[in-house]
Ligand binder design. Structure first.
Ligand SMILES: [Zn+2]
Length: 299
């Protein structure tokens, strides 16, 4: 039998995210794991993240000076995180950060939320046809937690993945058919487990006392198809998160919980398979299950 680990180099994964830091928080382990396995990864960051809260105390103290440069600062933070995770390429689409739902910045003309949809889809189609990923990862229909830019990234990616292999956007390269599409996921059972462990250790549960069923960023377990062990990538994920200095808060369990405990208990990442054009058996432990380095799906 062929060793599944040996014949996957050369495969490619594209991740479409809304803001710098989303790639690390939701799937930093998987990106580093791909690098370890010799796969190429491409991260698309749709917005410039310029209206985000500035958390770093030193930056926050001089917000007047930092805010106008936040776009450049966050771009540099993402580039550094990408280096740490071994991401092959990072592409900024340059749309404006729309800010949290219901805020005034949602109405800014450059806000990603208000972007011309066909144009935004075309931008992602161009990257899909050039990079030719077998696997694409983005957010679910709630954008993970309801942020307008995450929801827009979800919509644009879904349409772009389909459009990329049809006779539309003819000027944007030869058609390419993505083999597997995933959403990032945070299973409800994990939130419960984390809360229980925190309480047992005399700590406050990181997501508060709310019932996990009421949290809008959790994924019902029955939708979670894929569990990826990222134990050997955990320290790089942590380091990549630290690279997003402007966005760091003490609330990140990835930073506040000792690394040995994270490695032992919380190193897995979770995904929801949306479709697969190659045979795979659920549940999976590998987003590349069913794919081989030699086989390319028909365009
Ligand atoms: Zn985000």
């Amino acid at each position: 039998m062929k060793d599944a680990e040996s014949d996957v180099s050369g495969l490619r994964l594209l991740a479409v995210h809304a803001h710098p830091d989303d790639e690390t928080i939701t799937m930093g382990g998987l990106l580093a794991l791909c690098a370890d396995r010799g796969m190429s990864t491409s991260v698309i960051c749709c917005t410039d993240g310029k209206v985000a809260t500035i958390f770093d105390p030193e930056y926050a103290a001089k917000e007047d000076e930092i805010r106008p440069r936040l776009k450049e600062i966050r771009e540099a933070e993402l580039r550094r995180a990408g280096e740490i995770l071994g991401v092959s390429e990072i592409n900024f689409l340059g749309f404006g950060d729309s800010g949290m739902a219901g805020t005034e910045t949602n109405n800014a003309p450059e806000a990603f939320w208000r972007a011309d949809f066909d144009e935004a889809v075309g931008r992602v189609v161009a990257h899909i046809r050039r990079f030719r990923p077998q696997v694409v990862v983005t957010y679910d229909g709630n954008g993970g937690y309801g942020h307008p830019d995450h929801i827009q990234a979800h919509r644009v990616t879904l349409v772009a993945v389909e459009a990329a292999y049809h006779a539309v956007y003819p000027d944007l390269g030869a058609p390419w058919r993505v083999s597997k599409l995933y959403y990032t996921a945070f299973p409800r059972s994990e939130v419960r487990r984390i809360a229980e462990m925190a309480r047992a250790a005399g700590m406050k549960p990181p997501f508060g006392e709310a019932d996990p069923d009421s949290l809008d960023f959790v994924t019902p377990d029955e939708l979670v198809t894929t569990r990826v062990n990222c134990r050997d990538q955990l320290s790089r994920k942590r380091e990549a998160l630290i690279a997003h200095r402007s966005q760091l808060t003490e609330e990140f369990a990835l930073l506040s919980v000792p690394e040995e405990i994270l490695r032992e208990h919380f190193s897995d990442e979770f995904y929801q398979l949306v479709f697969s054009r190659v045979p795979t058996t659920l549940p999976e432990t590998d987003v590349f299950a069913g794919l081989t380095g030699e086989a390319s799906p028909p365009a």
